[in-house]
Ligand binder design. Structure first.
Ligand code: CP
Ligand code: NVA
Length: 305
């Protein structure tokens, strides 16, 4: 049966740790993986803008010996012309895999059902698994291991928070989500994560109180308004201002490092000086996007072949 990578929810700790190990191997010995996608073409559909995901997939697929076809549906050239499942079934006639950034997770489910080739989630409304694999690789590189780590996510409970929480719960990394009231993570995903954490021993918690992040090794920020959310910044700014990740919050919590999936808005959700500081892991995360994704591609194409 063909495999996809939509969420990581159904992975176990051993396989997930193995995938991070594969990403480390690809990063250090890329020549060994130069033919993984030899002769293969991957379609990349983006319903939303992207810098990191688009470029890291394009360059990464090239490094694995494959070829990426970029489909921009933001301009409306493809969107609405036909049903998502027909788009996917057609793509499967010529290409060997689909990378998709979509508004609704349901579109990925439809792609997966219609196409007999691997489908990879490049961000949807609920998840960003390609970001999470890069981030946990970054944590492992920074701290030497994932044991006894606590990551505090501070800001809007969103797709990135969900994927960090799922991966932490499976791998045994404590994740605390600190969000303003009314901006919490999806409670069914939170509940799933607390269940997943029973096997790993991770502590998965949520709070609206910044002091819940005390003792965390890392603070993690993301935009207060995700792509597609048309809420004017002025409407939410006062609510989110106390949740800005800055030097004062680093001091209060004792965190040694700061992470952000980017794009970052300097001096809104994170202080610009913190991005530029020694504590910042942002560019290491960005670099690791490609290695994490190439591990996913290698895993999917090895197990699908
Ligand atoms: N972090 C991330 O997914 O960045 P892009 O939106 O630029 O792809
Ligand atoms: N939560 C953000 C992540 C961007 C990479 C968004 O969905 O826009």
């Amino acid at each position: 049966m063909k495999k996809d990578l939509l969420t990581f929810k159904d992975w176990n700790a051993e396989d997930l740790a193995g995938l991070i190990g594969l990403a480390e191997s690809i990063k250090t010995t890329p020549a060994k993986y130069a033919d993984v996608l030899k002769g293969k073409s991957i379609a990349a559909i983006f319903e939303k803008p992207s810098l990191r995901t688009r470029v890291s997939f394009d360059v990464g697929i090239n490094k694995l010996g494959g070829h990426m076809v970029y489909l921009d549906v933001q301009s409306g050239k493809l969107a609405g012309r036909e049903d998502a499942k027909d788009t996917a079934a057609n793509l499967a006639c010529w290409t060997d895999g689909i990378v998709a950034r979509v508004f609704s997770h349901q579109t990925l489910v439809e792609f997966s059902e219609a196409a007999d080739i691997p489908v990879i989630n490049a961000l949807c409304d609920l998840y960003h698994p390609c970001q999470a694999i890069a981030d946990f690789l970054t944590l492992k590189e920074t701290f030497g291991s994932l044991d006894n780590l606590t990551l505090a996510y501070v800001g809007d409970g969103n797709n990135v928070t969900h994927s960090l929480m799922i991966m932490g719960a499976i791998l045994g990394v404590n994740v605390v989500s600190v969000t303003p009231e009314g901006y919490e993570v999806d409670q069914s995903i939170f509940s799933l994560c607390t269940t997943l954490a029973k096997a790993s021993g991770a502590k998965i918690t949520q709070s609206s109180d910044i002091s819940a992040a005390k003792g965390a090794n890392v603070l993690y920020a993301d935009t207060w308004l995700s792509m597609g959310d048309e809420t004017p910044l002025e409407k939410i700014k006062a609510i989110f201002d106390p949740y800005k990740v800055d030097e004062a919050m680093m001091k209060l919590t004792g965190a040694t490092h700061v992470m952000h999936c980017q794009p970052a808005h300097r001096d809104l959700e994170i202080s610009g000086t913190l991005i530029d500081s020694e504590a910042s892991l942002l560019m290491q995360q960005a670099e690791n996007r490609m290695h994490g994704q190439n591990a996913i591609l290698t895993h999917l194409f090895e197990s699908n072949s």
